[in-house]
Design a protein around this ligand. Structure first.
Ligand code: G3H
Ligand code: 13P
Ligand code: ZN
Length: 320
């Protein structure tokens, strides 16, 4: 058993409480490789923002779970080396089973999500509570989810949003003992969140109803990429084919961050930033074959994007 405390990581309890009070949200950025991790840490150190390093099941498969954990451990030292120590959470994104959560907790994660959102309500409660009971023995914080996001999640494809029902949240939070709650209010995973010609709005009215039920309780938004159109344009001008990619308006996320939403998950925007940079470099320099020559610029663009998120969208800059 490796405790996250020995690695210099923190759980999410204190930073969430501060974020709820302060009207901002902590960025939860996914990483799968070294350049993404470097960009996240460089950006959050420069912005002086707390950060949640997110690891999905797919990331564990791609990069190897042990390597990712050591990378997160290294991230703590790396931040110090860059000159400023920020709170860093290592979080399991969309944990699909009790066993996976236990495995992550034992290997140094400070926070886990158990995603029982596709299960019938009582089964979601039972599974979430089981994870909470285990995690809390080690002071690891747990995120649960109520409601289903449209799009692809955990290889399950939902055609339509099942919005979180505000009347269920008090019961769910009380009976599971979760530390934060992910909700479904119209955000979705990936780069195609809205159909062209539809009104790209999330249901801030449902968020307000939920907040009324559990005032001050930490709320999480998944699927919160904004799909910057300048990045889509660079990709498409350099051989890419992304048609009708539409995300959540940054103004809506800023509004949500002022509420009890204290964790905002962003993955796809980072993928777009890296892809745009790589495509541009390789189009402009077809003779280039040193990975550092395209992964370096990709890392720089990612860093810029993440600083922008902290400063202009989540409001987390300067809060570390
Ligand atoms: O919620 C999904 C995250 O964007 C992680 O995606 O499962 O492809 O690593 P992934
Ligand atoms: P995006 O696909 O909108 O970036 O969402 C990421 C996410 O929710 C990770 O859990
Ligand atoms: Zn998610």
């Amino acid at each position: 058993m490796v405790s996250y405390k020995e690695l210099g990581l923190v759980n999410s309890r204190e930073i969430f409480a501060k974020a709820v009070k302060g009207g901002y949200a902590i960025p939860a950025f996914n990483f799968n490789n070294m350049e993404q991790m470097q960009a996240i840490i460089q950006a959050c150190v420069e912005a002086k923002s707390p950060v949640i390093l997110q690891v999905s099941a797919g990331a564990r498969k791609y990069a190897n779970q042990t390597l990712l954990r050591y990378m997160a451990q290294g991230a703590v030292e790396y931040a110090k080396e860059l000159g400023y120590s920020i709170p860093i959470v290592l979080h399991l994104d969309h944990g699909s089973s009790y066993e996976l959560c236990v495995d992550c907790i034992q290997s140094g994660f400070s926070s886990v999500m158990i995603d029982g959102s596709h299960l019938p309500y009582e089964e979601n409660i039972a599974l979430t509570k089981k994870v909470v009971d285990y995690a809390h023995q080690y002071d690891v914080t747990v995120e649960g989810e109520l409601g289903v996001l449209a799009g692809v999640e955990d290889d399950v494809k939902a055609e339509q949003h099942t919005y979180t029902r505000p009347e269920e949240v008090v019961d769910f939070v009380k009976r599971t003992g979760v530390d934060s709650l992910a909700i479904s209010i119209g955000t979705s995973h990936g780069a195609y969140k809205f159909k062209p010609g539809t009104d790209p709005k999330i249901r801030l009215d449902i968020l307000a109803e939920i907040e009324k039920q559990i005032p001050g309780f930490p709320i999480v938004l998944h699927g919160s990429s904004s799909v910057p159109q300048d990045l889509v344009k660079i990709i498409n001008e350099n051989g890419g084919k992304l048609k009708d990619a539409i995300g959540i308006g940054e103004d809506q996320l800023r509004e949500a961050a002022k509420s009890a939403v204290c964790k905002i998950n962003i993955d796809s925007d980072g993928r777009l930033a890296m892809t745009a940079a790589v495509r541009k470099v390789l189009t402009e320099h077809p003779d280039e074959f040193d990975p550092r020559k395209y992964l370096g610029p990709a890392r720089d663009e990612l860093k810029k994007l993440y600083i922008h998120k902290c400063e202009a969208v989540l409001g987390s800059a300067g809060k570390a």
